[in-house]
Design a protein around this ligand. Structure first.
Ligand code: ADP
Ligand code: ZN
Ligand code: ZN
Length: 743
């Protein structure tokens, strides 16, 4: 950032809304030292009352005539406050990802709402574990599933946090009330919860670590004590003991009086995982997730600031919980795409955590079974310290995986969506009363409707996407919600041979009923999980054995362990290879590895079947072999030739306009600006975005590539300046650095 004579300052972080910045003159003596994030004293308002403010920008551009701008009085001593760190983080985000300062500030500053503190409640059993177990048997016989879920937990846990039971266990308050009425449990509130002795007695200590786990613990903590700060990558399959390592590291940090942030993708934040943290660290742990109200979120932040918490667990936004003395950030499942924000600023939690760790002098620990190319690349270069956990600690071995060539199936006359092998294995599992997961590598139902005579595809009139067919024949646009009735004849050629591409989850469900009469199927996809909690409901119902098969999309491969699942089928593994972006291979490998990993998690032996039209593609071959290293070597070659991230940086620029011509023109001009800055051949476009129109707004995209991130930041700044000068009314520009999904 350039030094200048003026500072833009936010006077009050009122939290409810971040007010606009005010400009002040920088006195001579502060010219060299003043930086964004510093806390200063300034005269404010008509009475020139002295107020505190935070510098967000230093500039040479005066907003008013110089004599009308007031001057900064001085810098607050020891201004390295939690707020100052947040402001620095926002400044960094704005510079790295490109967004407005206000949007960046709103992202990093917890919203403060004046709401009543919610009572913290817990459930305590009033009977012995034995007595509870007897009641559990009765509840199971009577099919009182919710009651059984609570009792099942209470058999071995004398106390449970109330929100965990009503939330993750999906038990209605009325059910708990009735249990309380029957004298089985007591529902107690905060004052009781705060009594530390009781919690202590219920805590568990860590397991003795394996040699590999112990090495991670010792090295990370001794680095920390020696003042060495690094990023560590723990690579290990699911079940290899990564979480146990995080727990032991957190324990080490707490002993040193430090706090920890643990990021876990929301979808993997299961009851079991949370309980493990609660049991280890008691009520000094808290959760941050999207189901919390704004008031609850702000409570968590207040508790953190006051030093009442040691650990916060949550999705990427948990990074912004304002701890006074952060010691470590853990990012589990570091490869997950949900760590990248899809709204401005489009920050990546991994990179942001790295900056935050530097700011706070903390360590950063990443973990994954299938590390992102980015993280593994850094590890290979020696920038991250790599640890490998090489085996499952609970004994269970990886399930054997077989690949079935669907082209061959078709040649042999099998036109069903289940290969012969998969059909045989499904029958076998049904007869043995074991469970099956069928996974479709694609969202939604059926995909597009096309004419088999002329090839016409039914598209949304407002968006450049094909319509999806839902049950009953209705055609729906997944982008804008447009709906239209079923078509009987092709609108283009009149042919009656127009039909859906039958490969959706609903279709699979129907085929299962047809091939295996009496089979019990649960389905999980975007349609069945629209309601709050329905995701948890489906999973707990499957885990209680209420269905033989769980059919679903991406969602079913994450989180939850199902010991009775001994067969996993991937129905069309290559569907995700058809996405037109450079991460398609990586995404496919990750999904298949995770899917295969779901089989045989219990004591029974499992097996996985991958059906595909491209049995020779390296993503599929390596996933079947469960060989990450070999996959990485092939994938990184492709990225280096591209070049694509992580071998280079890439900036995507999205231009939108309600008028096609104007949008195209603007995109062309901006591409010209980019070409003037970057060497030839690394600016691609402008081109129609992969979805060229959404809601009647046209979309164009430019890609810029460079090995130097600064060059791309420069392109972005120049384009921002040019766009600001144009005073556009209807067009808009968005930036995405190292995009994860295409515009
Ligand atoms: P991951 O996070 O890699 O999936 P976890 O930490 O959840 O692995 O461990 C998987 C299973 O192995 C859990 O049931 C856990 O209790 C057990 N486990 C982890 N570490 C040890 C250990 N050192 N000794 C015995 N069991 C362990
Ligand atoms: Zn036609
Ligand atoms: Zn639409």
């Amino acid at each position: 950032m350039t030094k200048g004579r003026y500072a833009n300052i936010i006077i009050d972080i009122s939290h409810e809304k971040v007010d606009r910045p005010f400009q002040y003159k920088i006195p001579e003596i502060l010219r060299e030292s003043l930086e964004p994030g510093m806390c200063v004293r300034v005269p404010f308002g008509a009475g020139n009352k002295v107020r505190q403010g935070y510098v967000i920008e230093v500039t040479d551009e005066a907003q008013f005539p110089d004599d009308r701008i007031k001057q900064i009085l001085g810098v607050e001593k020891g201004s390295a406050s939690v707020e100052a760190d947040a402001i620095r983080l926002a400044v960094w985000m704005r510079e790295t990802y490109g967004s407005t300062m206000i949007a960046a500030l709103k992202t990093v500053l917890p919203v403060k709402k004046n709401m009543k503190l919610k009572e913290k409640r817990k459930i305590r059993r009033l009977l012995t574990g034995e007595e509870i177990r007897a009641l559990l048997g009765e509840a199971l016989r009577k099919h009182q599933n919710a009651k059984a879920r609570v009792l099942g937990e209470l058999c071995h846990e004398p106390e449970l946090p109330y929100e965990l039971v009503t939330g993750k266990l999906n038990v209605l308050p009325a059910t708990l009330k009735s249990l309380e009425g029957q004298g089985i449990i007591a529902i107690e509130s905060e004052s009781y919860y705060r009594n530390p002795v009781r919690i202590e007695s219920d805590r568990v200590t860590g397991l003795p670590l394996s040699e590999e786990q112990e090495q991670v613990r010792q090295e990370v903590l001794s680095d920390y004590d020696n003042g060495i700060r690094k990023t560590y990558l723990v690579h290990g399959i699911t079940g290899s003991g990564k979480t146990e390592v995080y727990l032991s590291l957190i324990e080490g940090m707490i002993k040193r009086g430090k706090q920890c942030i643990v990021l876990i993708p929301e979808i993997a934040l299961t009851y079991q995982t949370l309980l493990r943290f609660y049991k280890r660290f008691g009520d000094r742990v808290s959760v941050m997730n999207s189901t919390l109200s704004a008031g609850e979120k702000s409570d968590q932040c207040e508790r953190a600031k006051k030093g009442e918490l040691d650990v916060i667990i949550g999705p990427r936004s948990a990074l912004f919980v304002p701890f006074p003395d952060l010691g470590m950030i853990v990012i589990d499942e570091e490869h997950e795409s949900s760590y990248k924000s899809e709204t401005m600023p489009r920050y990546h939690a991994r990179e942001t955590a790295q900056y935050l760790a530097k700011l706070k002098n903390a360590s950063l620990v990443l973990g994954s079974a299938t590390p992102s190319l980015e993280a593994y690349y850094q590890a290979k270069k020696g920038a991250y310290r790599l640890f490998t956990l090489s085996s499952r600690l609970t004994g269970g071995s990886l399930a054997p995986v077989s690949v079935v060539d669907l082209r061959k199936e078709l040649r042999e006359g099998n036109r069903s969506i289940f290969s012969k092998k998969l059909q045989e294995l499904i029958s076998d599992r049904l007869s043995r009363k074991e469970q099956i997961m069928l996974f479709l590598n694609r969202r939604g139902y059926a995909g597009f409707i096309s004419c088999r005579s002329c090839g016409h595809v039914m598209k949304c009139p407002h968006c450049d996407v094909s319509l999806s067919q839902h049950m009953g024949g209705k055609l729906v646009c997944h982008y804008c919600g447009y709906e239209t009735g079923d078509v009987k004849t092709c609108p283009s050629c009149g042919s009656p041979y127009i039909s859906g591409f039958k490969a959706g989850t609903q279709q699979i469900e129907q085929q299962l009923y047809k091939y295996f009469p009496g089979i019990r199927v649960l389905r999980m996809d975007g349609d069945t999980t629209r309601q709050k909690d329905s995701y948890e409901k489906i999973l707990s119902s499957f885990s209680e054995g209420e269905a033989d098969v769980l059919v679903g999309t991406q969602m079913i491969v994450k989180g939850h362990d199902f010991p009775n699942v001994t067969l996993v089928g991937v129905l069309a593994a290559d569907l995700s290879l058809n996405d037109h972006d450079y991460r398609a291979g990586e995404r496919t490998f990750q999904l298949l590895t995770q899917a295969a990993g779901r089989a045989g998690r219990g004591s029974k032996k499992g097996e996985a079947v991958i059906q595909t039209y491209r049995p020779d593609h390296y993503s599929i071959v390596r996933a079947a072999q469960q060989d990450y290293e070999a996959f990485y070597e092939e994938e990184i070659l492709y990225r280096e030739i591209g070049p694509y991230p992580p071998a280079a940086h890439m900036l995507a620029i999205l231009i939108t306009s309600p008028e096609q011509i104007q949008g195209e023109e603007l995109a062309g001009r901006l591409a010209g600006i980019a070409r003037n800055i970057i060497e030839k051949g690394t600016v691609i476009g402008p081109a129609k975005a992969s979805i060229g129109k959404i809601n009647d707004i046209y979309r164009f995209v430019i890609y810029c590539k460079s090995h130097d991130e600064k060059v791309l930041a420069n392109v972005r700044d120049r384009i921002e300046q040019a766009v600001a000068a144009m005073e556009l009314k209807r067009e808009s520009i968005q930036f995405d650095l190292d995009p994860i999904s295409s515009f």
